[in-house]
Design a protein around this ligand. Structure first.
Ligand code: NAI
Length: 647
């Protein structure tokens, strides 16, 4: 049963019990609607307390229903019925009251909550807006300014703040239901407050809307829902509750059926599933109280910052004192930048560095639970590092490599107890990028894999397990993506046309601008190494550029020219001349054709990766692209998009 009812002193207590998050689905809506009728007809019932079973009130509406048309009774109808009930409903909230789980209490006559209650309207993350009065009732309870931050900008309120703002009528302690019943009996003694929909509202001045619009446009990064949430809220303020409610619903229904919302739902489910692979349930992670990082270069420093941000003490080892000092300075600069942006306080920034131990020599790792290697991408150097780690680290410490391309089995060769070895592939900048590719070897023990997933959780990363192949999931697809972009050049399309098409699709940068930023030389060296091994790899336009000294922004030019000290790409005559022997006569292709060729190439590599068992699911591949390579979130990922287009 998804809803329980009990009666105490004339108060009906209704508990939504629909694990794991008490989601409001059709069964819950139907039952609550019937109960509203039943209580109104029952002279023994004086008021109703509505609560959630377990640790939270209601995590939201049931998203699995969103791929189907709405089945009545709809949530707005239910909430309207609760709001107009003859017997007042009082919401009793602990833990999360999110989305529909906040809209229902907004329709209740009053609300009590514990201090740790959490209120939010996260609909915009799913490409929709609140669809059951959230944008209409909330501003009438807490004011326009804060309401629009909640509805359009993901602001979460705790119980204390909600009480200050008037969203919560009384803060109570556990046991919650007893406190709510006492509150209800007391409230019945005096006239009740007006329902939220009938409360007056203080109009906002035009500057409020203007400022909020600008702020939201900036942070939405191309997503449509946040600005529409603002529009819905404003429309209700200016046209009254009833018109506002109807308008909100119509925007909600349109968005609910949109491709963007379907894509975001797909990612929501993928992100929820990613941290808990089925085969690791029941495998306990090992303790992880301290970590070591070998190499204080680009990646080592970023990884150390990510670990410190998660509160894990770090030992950073470099090959000599000078490199160590450079690495520690780079690490400090990361926290300093965060302090300047006010995302860290002075004390926090200082504390971040306090638990960093810098050293030359691996003895400093002797007590670490985990050591992550991020030295040069060279198998001989990496093997040497692991030979030392194998001797010096505790026998039960996990040893990980951040290699991008080298087969981890080669790195682990000769390591005593290879069961504790694993690939942990972070993305640059490692303290920012959410993706963590977890690459076990055939020997890696399940508890080492489980600990890697636990590490990802603590670092706030999205973990994706990858089998072993050249470039693992992400870089392998990247290579195919670049190859297809170069194939377009060979057909005669200009680099700038390819980049513009991909930006139009939603990437922050096109493939050629991206290469200029990262440097063309790394993949060039990779191809050269393969050629030296005797592999047949045809000359690419990128090879011609590197040979001519055009390595990207760092050398003043690559695919594009750059004015000194500038980062904006300028189409380059010189680059065009250099690559001319490998590209076709200039042609123009429509942007959507360019996009579909590049996405099809990614999806076809993704399919090969699935067929080989390198990735566990198409959704995992989409997570890699979205969280590691800037694939636009609102498009869901190459596998999702390709499936939608072909079905
Ligand atoms: P980097 O060249 O910036 O840093 C490497 C650091 O390791 C240098 O500071 C060097 O002094 C230090 N080092 C070299 N040998 C050492 C030793 N024996 N003991 C201690 N320290 C030593 O290189 P980067 O870019 O940080 O790459 C490191 C690893 O991470 C490579 O395997 C690379 O393939 C991988 N990676 C790089 C990414 C990137 O975007 N740069 C992304 C993901 C992985």
């Amino acid at each position: 049963m998804s809803v329980h009812v009990e009666q105490r002193s004339g108060i009906a207590i209704v508990t939504i019990d629909n694990p794991p998050v008490n989601a409001i689905n059709l069964a819950v809506r139907t039952k609550l609607l019937a109960l509203a009728d039943e209580f109104d007809a029952d002279s023994r019932v004086r008021a109703v307390v509505l609560t959630g079973a377990g640790k939270l009130f209601v995590g939201g509406a049931d998203i699995t229903e969103f791929d189907r048309p709405v089945e009545p009774p709809s949530l707005p109808d239910l909430i309207g019925r609760i709001e107009s009930a003859a017997k007042p409903w009082i919401a009793a909230i602990r833990g999360a009251a999110f989305g529909g789980g906040l809209e229902v209490p907004l329709g209740c006559r009053m609300r009590v909550a514990t201090e740790d209650a959490k209120f939010a309207l996260p609909e915009v993350n799913l490409g929709i807006i609140p669809g059951a009065g959230g944008t209409q009732r909330l501003p009438r309870l807490i004011g326009i300014e804060t309401a629009l931050r909640v509805a359009a900008e993901n602001l979460q309120l705790d119980g204390v703040r909600a009480a200050e703002l008037g969203l919560v009528d009384r803060l109570v302690r556990e046991p919650l239901v007893d406190a709510a019943v006492d509150f209800a009996l007391e409230a019945l003694e005096s006239p009740l407050p007006e329902p939220a929909s009938r409360r007056p509202m203080v109009a906002a001045d035009p500057a409020t809307w203007e400022e909020a619009g600008q702020r939201i446009r900036r942070s939405a990064r191309g997503a449509s829902a946040p600005l529409l949430a603002l529009d819905a809220l404003r429309f209700g303020v200016e046209n009254g509750f009833d018109a506002g409610l109807a308008n909100e619903r119509s925007i909600f229904l349109k968005l609910r059926a949109s491709e963007e919302a379907a894509a975001l739902r797909h990612l929501f489910f993928a992100e929820r599933a990613a941290p808990r692979p089925a085969d690791l349930r029941g495998t306990a992670p090992l303790p992880l109280a301290s970590a070591g990082v070998v190499g204080g270069g680009t990646m080592g420093v970023g990884i150390a910052a990510a670990l410190r941000n998660a509160g894990i003490p770090v030992v950073l080892v470099e090959r000599d004192q000078q490199s160590l000092e450079r690495g520690l300075a780079a690490l400090k600069a990361i926290f300093e930048a965060a302090r300047k942006k006010a995302s860290l306080t002075d004390e926090e920034a200082e504390a971040r560095m306090q638990d960093v131990t810098g050293a030359v020599g691996y003895e400093a790792f002797a007590r670490c639970d985990l050591v992550i290697e991020a030295v040069f991408e060279d198998v001989a150097i990496k093997r040497e590092v692991f030979a030392s780690l194998g001797r010096i680290c505790r026998a039960d410490a996990i040893l990980a490599t951040n290699t991008s391309y080298i087969d981890p089995r080669q790195i682990a060769e000769g390591l005593p107890d290879p069961g504790r070895f694993i690939g942990l592939h972070f993305f640059s900048p490692a303290q920012v990028m959410k993706l963590l590719e977890i690459v076990p070897t055939p020997e890696t023990r399940p508890d080492v894999v489980a600990t890697s997933f636990e590490l990802a959780r603590r670092l706030g990363k999205v973990p994706v397990r990858s089998g072993i192949c050249d470039g693992f999931i992400g870089n392998r697809i990247l290579r195919r993506y670049r190859a297809e972009a170069e194939a377009l050049l060979r057909d005669g399309v200009a680099p700038a046309a390819v980049d513009a098409a991909m930006r139009g699709f939603g990437y922050a940068m096109g493939p050629f601008e991206m290469q200029d930023m990262a440097g063309l030389d790394i993949s060039f060296m990779h191809r050269e190494a393969a050629r030296a091994r005797g592999e047949q790899i045809a000359e690419t336009p990128g090879d011609l550029l590197v040979r001519a000294g055009r390595k990207g922004q760092k050398s003043g030019g690559g695919w594009y020219d750059y004015a000194p000290g500038e980062r904006s790409p300028v189409p380059s005559q010189e680059a065009a001349r250099i690559i001319a022997p490998l590209v076709g006569a200039p042609i123009e292709i429509a942007a959507d054709r360019i996009v579909s060729r590049l996405i099809a190439a990614m999806a076809s590599e993704g399919q090969a990766i699935l067929d080989e068992g390198i990735a566990a699911s198409p959704a995992d591949i989409d997570l890699v692209e979205v969280h590691g390579y800037g694939f636009p979130r609102k498009r869901g990922g190459p596998m999702f998009l390709t499936k939608r287009q072909t079905s």
